[in-house]
Design a protein around this ligand. Structure first.
Ligand code: NAD
Ligand code: G6P
Ligand code: MN
Length: 444
């Protein structure tokens, strides 16, 4: 029997991650055969550059795949099996403001954490829901694998607004950190470990890690965390390599010290050491500037070169190594592999002593009918306290978006552990409203 071939739409075709993901898809055709790749974006000009280069690459490496790109939803979402969604509503220009506005008031500026994450969430909700609706309208049997950020707020919005949709929300940070932990233990891949993990997206902890023979790997990993955080581990990915990421991996040592019983996600540094983050930030040059000067220039420069040369020969693109989890996830659904993934899903008791309606990040088993959650039991007071505060920030943001409520968004900012007072929250909010007037619903 010939294996079924799949049609995939990449939403956010103009993303800096699109070429790496396209190359990665081609590398895995033996287990995830593809008949069609479509790119969809609402910025025709930006997508054009990436798509023209990918067209040349595909023609030279996989001419049998039908390829197209469009800004028309019907063309993009008709006759497809999977949507890989990585949109950034407002692009880097708005990310820069998300990061710089809070810093004006001495509050950290970050893509997905604190006021910046809330602002980005208020922009992303509408964009992701729109794509989900297009998918359901034109390909009702398709699945969306969403990694558009801020994933915690986006996931809560889809739970509230589209609870029955076929969407899986996933993050790549635990993938990279698990690769690093596997390396610490002398294993060749994170797939040689089984983990217990609980939290919210960009806000979680590993509490169990075993090898395939059931041996406890926590003692070894804890030794490394205590000495150098995640910094002395290697992982063979080409993401998270800039200097600022190296600092984040080192800082995980201090984050770990706050609770030496668990291994923290790197993003917890923004909540546990916000003063340090502000002190080490340059309010004139944030991560958005680094990304625009680095990854964006590189990807678009390389795409333009491919188009000018009329060939992808000698191009510097590499398959995005750690994005293979996307193929693993698509395969799990397509082939019913019953593989384990950390997904962002409704709690409903999986974390026993935590809000049933929260979107939590926990291990799940994935197959053709979706996911089954793996219960993580009761969590300690420290994590529970932090998560209750943060999940309330996320829920209030989504409520603010749905109701158009200024009050609730002010409460969301006030409640964020990164913001010192309701006064500062209001100052930041009023600046963010002005900056986001083309993107946010009107707040009353
Ligand atoms: P990017 O700005 O280069 O690409 C995003 C693209 O989305 C742009 O081409 C933009 O025009 C497009 N877009 C914006 N709004 C849209 C809409 N409503 N409909 C269709 N297209 C739209 O950004 P990037 O740095 O490549 O990141 C892309 C996304 O992936 C971001 O949300 C980022 O946070 C996310 N990301 C998530 C993870 C994860 O772990 N979950 C990892 C890496 C990146
Ligand atoms: C990690 C996170 C993503 C986030 C990215 C930011 O991979 O899991 O959710 O988007 O880092 O990376 P960047 O290079 O854009 O700062
Ligand atoms: Mn993430």
């Amino acid at each position: 029997m010939t294996k079924k071939k799949y049609a995939v739409t990449v939403a956010g075709g103009g993303s800096t991650f699109t070429p790496g993901i396209a190359l990665m898809l081609l590398e895995h055709m033996d287990r995830f055969p593809i008949r069609k790749i479509m790119f969809y974006d609402n910025d025709a000009e930006r997508q054009e550059v990436v798509a023209q280069a990918c067209r040349i690459y595909l023609k030279e490496h996989a001419p049998e795949i039908e390829f197209g790109y469009t800004t028309d939803p019907e063309t993009a979402f008709t006759d497809i099996d999977f949507v890989l969604a990585h949109i950034r509503v407002g692009k880097y220009a708005m990310r820069e403001l998300d990061e710089k506005i809070p810093l004006k008031y001495g509050v950290l500026g970050q893509e997905t954490c604190g006021p910046g994450g809330i602002a980005y969430g208020m922009r992303s909700i509408g964009g992701v829901i729109e794509i989900l609706d297009y998918m359901e309208q034109y390909s009702p049997n398709a699945w969306m694998l969403n990694y558009s950020n801020p994933a915690a707020i986006v996931a809560e919005a889809t739970r509230r607004l589209r609870p029955d949709s076929k969407i899986l929300n996933i993050c790549d940070m635990p993938i990279d950190l698990e690769e690093k932990m596997a390396d610490m233990c002398g294993l060749s891949s994170r797939k040689e470990m089984q983990v217990g993990y609980y939290g919210l997206n960009h806000f979680g902890w590993w509490h169990k890690i075993y090898d395939n023979n059931g041996n406890d790997l926590m003692p070894q990993i804890k030794e490394h965390m205590k000495a150098n955080g995640f910094a002395d581990a290697l992982s063979d990915t080409n993401q998270h390599v800039d200097e600022s990421w190296v600092h984040t991996f080192q800082k995980a040592r201090d984050v770990y010290a706050v609770d030496p019983e668990t291994i923290p996600n790197t993003y917890l540094k923004y909540y546990l050491f916000p003063d340090y983050v502000v002190e080490t930030s340059d309010p004139e040059y944030t991560r958005a500037n680094e990304v625009m000067d680095g990854r964006e220039k590189f990807v678009f420069g390389e795409c333009r070169r491919i188009v000018e040369n009329g060939t992808s020969k000698g191009c510097a693109f590499e398959a995005d190594a750690h994005a293979t989890y996307i193929v693993d996830l698509a395969c799990a659904i397509a082939e019913n592999t019953q593989e384990r993934f950390l997904l962002i899903v409704p709690n409903e008791g999986a974390v026993e002593n935590f809000d049933r309606t929260a979107m939590v990040e926990i291990p799940c088993i994935v197959g053709c009918n979706g996911y089954e959650k793996i219960c993580q039991g009761a969590i300690p007071q420290f994590q529970k306290g932090l998560m209750e505060q943060q999940v309330s920030v996320e829920k209030l943001t989504v409520e603010a978006w749905i109701e158009g409520s200024y009050q609730k968004l002010w409460q969301a900012l006030t409640l964020s552990k990164t913001v010192p007072s309701a006064r500062i929250a209001k100052l930041i909010l009023d600046d963010l409203i002005e900056a986001n007037k083309d993107f946010w619903p009107e707040l009353k």
